[in-house]
Design a protein around this ligand. Structure first.
Ligand code: SF4
Ligand code: SF4
Length: 375
């Protein structure tokens, strides 16, 4: 095992290979507060990449309702149980990662789902948790919170799928950090399926190989965001490039949200993979729950997000999510207008922070009809 630095847990940790960061690292921010669970992202991915034989139950992108939803079944609960709790001191994780708690002879702590575990991707959908304490308009017991968690492969900095493969079939591209399975080398041992804590590698029984999200790399190579991003109805997503914390740039939208504002957080940082999909946590959920998912930065992230109406830059940047199909590696705000830019500062898209409101008369004289929806 090598010693590598993982900034998300604030310390060095053990990993199978030495630290080797790509020239650029693909990353994404998802604003959970805007997701409506329409599953358009899921379908966009499914129809693009996984409509073949053996891929029937394979969802590289899925959206589950937390706290009870999970695909595959219990993907998170089982591993949390195996890890046996977590300990943070401030922003430093003092518990064990999945690499540090690997049983003798294995490279990561993990488990392999049964085929049946993939059969219920919408289990727990819209099931609520908690009780309304007061102010409810009726007196029946009424659960009051849940939220939607959209998930893709995290294209981790320290991927356990990659480190656990005995054939070295999984590789991380040096040019963009995207993690891929070499279909020619894979022999279907499924060590990656067992080792990925997010369960984002899938076994295809028809080909006998493992398959996973490829971050739509043919699109990214043309400067276009992946399918699940550009089709997102809720405009919750932005794809881009993340720097190491010490190299963060304020004009890089991902750096700004993750490193500078610290409003977007990794999913289960305690697992130790340095995942590169970052979530703006839901603001209406007890933080005792979201702290386990997103780490100790949750309370501060929610305070920052709630303050966005008083923070013009943050509010402006949030308006850029879902505004263009192009990757926007740079951004800037001028007054009430926010712009997505390419690497050279050329404008790709321009978005007003305040949309004008048009109110039409209730009666349409042209068609001589009463309108039911005036604004
Ligand atoms: S999320 Fe899983 S499949 Fe994706 S890179 Fe990380 S370990 Fe590999
Ligand atoms: S398309 Fe967007 S809003 Fe709809 S479920 Fe997917 S992430 Fe959520």
């Amino acid at each position: 095992m090598a010693r590598v630095y993982n900034w998300q847990i604030g310390r060095e940790m053990s990993y199978w290979y030495p630290e080797s960061r790509p020239q650029k690292q693909f990353a994404a921010v998802f604003d959970i507060n805007k997701c409506i669970a329409c599953q358009t992202c899921t379908v966009a991915c499914k129809t693009t990449w996984t409509s073949g034989r053996g891929q029937e139950y394979m969802l590289w992108n899925n959206v589950e309702s937390k706290p009870y939803g999970c695909y595959p079944l219990a993907w998170d609960l089982k591993l949390l149980d195996m890890l046996n709790g977590q300990e943070w001191t401030g922003n430093r994780y003092d518990g064990q990662t999945i690499f540090e708690s690997a049983p003798a002879g294995e490279r990561a702590l993990g488990w392999r789902p049964e085929t049946q575990d993939y059969a219920y991707p919408n289990v727990g959908e819209d099931d609520c948790s908690g009780q309304v304490n007061g102010g409810a308009s009726f007196s029946m017991p009424h659960m009051n919170w849940f939220f939607y968690l959209a998930r893709i492969c995290n294209h981790c900095t320290y991927p356990s799928c990659l480190s656990s493969c005995p054939r070295s079939s999984i590789y991380k591209r040096p040019e963009d950090g995207i993690v891929l399975v070499d279909q020619g080398r894979c022999r279907g041992y499924q060590e990656c399926v067992r080792a990925c804590p997010y369960k984002k590698v899938f076994f295809n029984p028809m080909t006998g190989t493992s398959e996973k999200c490829i971050a739509c790399f043919p699109k990214i190579e043309q400067g276009i965001q992946p399918q699940c991003f550009v089709n997102c109805i809720g405009k919750i997503r932005m794809a881009g490039w993340i720097s190491k914390p010490e190299n963060a740039r304020a004009d890089n939208p991902i750096d700004y949200l993750v490193h500078i504002k610290k409003v977007a957080l990794p999913l289960f940082p305690q697992f130790g993979l340095e995942p590169n999909v970052y979530y703006i946590p839901p603001i209406h959920v007890p933080t005792s729950f979201t702290r386990q998912l997103f780490g100790p930065g949750v309370d501060e992230a929610i305070r920052t997000y709630r303050n966005a109406p008083n923070d013009r830059d943050l509010a402006g940047l949030l308006c850029l999510l879902g505004s263009s199909e192009m990757m926007m590696p740079r951004w800037k705000r001028q007054g009430d207008t926010v712009m997505g830019l390419d690497e050279k500062g050329v404008e790709l898209v321009r978005v007003p922070m305040n949309e004008p409101v048009h109110i039409r008369p209730a009666f349409d004289r042209l068609y001589q009809v009463q309108r039911t929806n005036c604004p």
